[in-house]
Design a protein around this ligand. Structure first.
Ligand code: FRU
Length: 444
């Protein structure tokens, strides 16, 4: 089985969202949206990878694939919980109503139905797609509640006596909405409540919601479609905000100010779980504009796991300590770096300073950090090339991870992160003169 270090990526062909992320029976399980036959989005399966440390990943057999009337055209995103040693996976089953004879993998005119489904497994390795699937929430018929086609991505969690589910949906394809359900037995779900934003620019449909409690309060994450905040272009972006949530009534209040989950704007559909130590750990899909042509072409990868923390009304995404620990080999001179292997660079930037990592540029202007990938993104048009954090709360300390197709710039221990997909990264590195830095690689 294919093994990956640092970044989990498609084992060949296409992947998108992280799904069913969970620490279960002493291992991390990360499933993902997967099309196994071509490097492009099509009929969704759930691929599966396992790790004992969130750094080294081994791909497993395909876990979920279409097998029932309700999911015959795809097993869309979802999440996992466990109870008494059993794994419960919740996902969205998709059934197309209109296709052309020439392409069974895409539907025509957005004519499809979505239902919420579950599948159980006793070991998290074997999934019986014929015996162990159940329909739990049929397609929505009441348009004032949500949408028959665009209701998906169940995120389930347990709290006290109940299990809760949040779904992303739309009102009339005009406005995003979240739907909350509750269950006492994990199979029978009752509708509880919904949440819509007052702000009309928050997109027409909300994908991949996540809602969790931290020591300082609740955090909500959404991936709104048609989010109008990136210039004039309508785009889908992952955002997060501080929130209040009353589990008794399913009442959500989302703070007016939001953050991007990542300021490189490539990251989408993040999903969280609790790690071995009870930290809230998040991974997100890094969207790529074209496949990488290795022996087997592949497209789509995951960011490094991040620990989400709410501090002083701001959501931090700091580097997971296991990632930090994986870089053990200190390198004193840039020239000693072993080519082609990921490295970590720690450096503080003063106003006006900049650096270049194989053509990828990072600079500080005033109290913001910016990045520019134009030299390592050649031939890709209509995409953003430069990025910036908002004003920083403190001085700019950077902790940067550089891998072949992904650079992640953690600023001030996760105050902001800019992660960018890159292609053809060169080997030359130039740092501000006379500046202290720490450079590391992994040992194996
Ligand atoms: C987000 C998304 C989800 C859906 C899945 C389908 O990227 O569109 O809403 O479940 O991908 O692959």
């Amino acid at each position: 089985m294919t093994e990956h270090q640092l970044h989990l990526r498609a084992p060949g062909n296409w992947i998108n969202d992280p799904n069913g992320f969970i620490y279960y029976k002493g291992k991390y399980h990360l499933f993902y949206q997967y099309f196994p036959y071509a490097p492009a989005w099509a009929t969704m399966h759930w691929g599966h990878a396992i790790s004992s440390d969130l750094v080294n990943w081994t791909h497993q057999e395909i876990a979920l694939y279409p097998s029932k009337y309700w999911d015959k055209n795809g097993c869309f995103s979802g999440s996992a919980v466990q109870e008494n040693g059993k794994l419960y996976i919740y996902y969205t089953g998709v059934r197309y109503e209109e296709i052309t004879k020439e392409d069974i993998h895409h539907c025509v005119n957005e004519q499809f139905e979505s239902s919420q489904m579950m599948i159980t497994s006793n070991d998290g390795i074997h999934f019986d797609n014929f015996k162990d699937k159940k329909l739990i929430i049929p397609p929505i018929v009441d348009a004032s509640l949500g949408h028959r086609t665009h209701t998906r991505d169940p995120k389930v969690w347990k709290s006290e006596d109940y299990y809760y589910m949040v779904l992303g949906s739309t009102l009339d394809e005009k406005k995003g909405i979240l739907l909350f359900y509750r269950s006492s037995d994990k199979e029978n779900w009752e509708y509880l409540n919904s949440y819509e934003s007052e702000d009309p620019s928050f997109g027409w449909m909300w994908e991949c919601p996540d809602l969790y409690q931290t020591e300082e309060g609740w955090v909500v994450c959404l991936s709104p479609m048609g989010f109008l905040k990136d210039g004039d272009k309508e785009q889908n972006h992952a955002i997060c905000a501080e929130a209040e949530f009353d589990e008794q009534t399913g009442t959500l209040k989302m703070a007016e100010t939001y953050q991007f989950a990542d300021y490189g704007l490539d990251l989408y559909a993040p999903q969280s779980t609790l790690d071995e130590e009870g930290r809230r750990v998040v991974v997100g899909w890094m969207r790529m504009p074209r496949p990488v042509s290795d022996e087997k072409p592949w497209i789509g990868m995951m960011c490094t796991p991040r620990v989400a923390e709410l501090r002083d009304h701001h959501i931090y995404y700091r580097m997971h300590p296991n990632v930090e620990k994986a870089f053990t080999k200190e390198i004193s001179q840039v020239e000693e770096l072993e080519a082609g292997k990921p490295y970590q660079l720690k450096i503080a930037l003063d106003d006006g300073e900049s650096l270049s990592l194989g053509g990828y540029e990072i600079y500080r202007k005033g109290n913001k950090i910016g990045t520019n990938r134009e030299k390592v993104y050649e031939g890709i048009t209509n995409c953003r090339l430069s990025f910036e954090t908002p004003e920083l709360r403190e001085n700019a300390r950077l902790n940067i991870l550089v891998d072949r197709n992904l650079v992640e710039v953690y600023v001030n221990d996760g105050e902001y992160v800019i992660s960018n997909i890159v292609y053809d990264l060169k080997e030359d590195i130039s740092l501000p003169e006379g500046k202290k830095f720490i450079l590391k690689q992994m040992c194996n």
